[in-house]
Design a protein around this ligand. Sequence first.
Ligand SMILES: [Zn+2]
Length: 219
Amino acid sequence: MFLGHYGVALGSKRLAPGTSLGTLVLAAQLADQVWPIMLLLGVERVAIVPDPKPTLRLDFISYPITHSLVTGLVGGLLFGALYFLFSRDKRGALIAAVLVPSHWFLDFFFHIPDLPLWPGGPKVGLGLWRSVPVTFMLEALFLAVGLVLYLRTTRAKDRIGSYALWSFIGVLVAIYVSSMVGPPPTDSRMLAVSALSLWLLIPWAYWIDAHRTVVRPRD
Ligand SMILES: [Zn+2]
């Protein structure tokens, strides 16, 4: 899953209005942010396989650190604790600690059984990726619901608050669509290098949030 993780981050602003969207995106996408680094270090491995379905082109041979349930849960606790130390934002720390492993749980529905429960442990995944239309529909749904929640929780303070958000959404959709309809990456190194560019979205999300104000503190 790709867009769905961003949808969850956007929607979680409703639960943690005092926390920047940048932190929420970093938490929800931490696994995929660290993954290309692990690939380049040779700690984790992926292969590109010819498959008519674009959702099944990546063979996640091994990613025990970034995509196991246990490392996700531990990573969430560490991330939440670290964020709390810097921000003293208890509510945000709690939400961030849940967002980190939310990545694994969302991926669990989509991946074919390649997600380890713990490093070296049994691999699981319900395989929604086998259906391209279902995958597309759910990715769009998660992003749309998250965006609506974010829009209902915050209001643009100035033009940037609006343009930065909508261009962010546009870039996300463009990345996703091109990964689905475009040619597959040539090799795993290229894939890792291009995945590193997702880091640009983190300061971008902080930038969006700095130009928006919370309209409804909480439910
Ligand atoms: Zn992932």
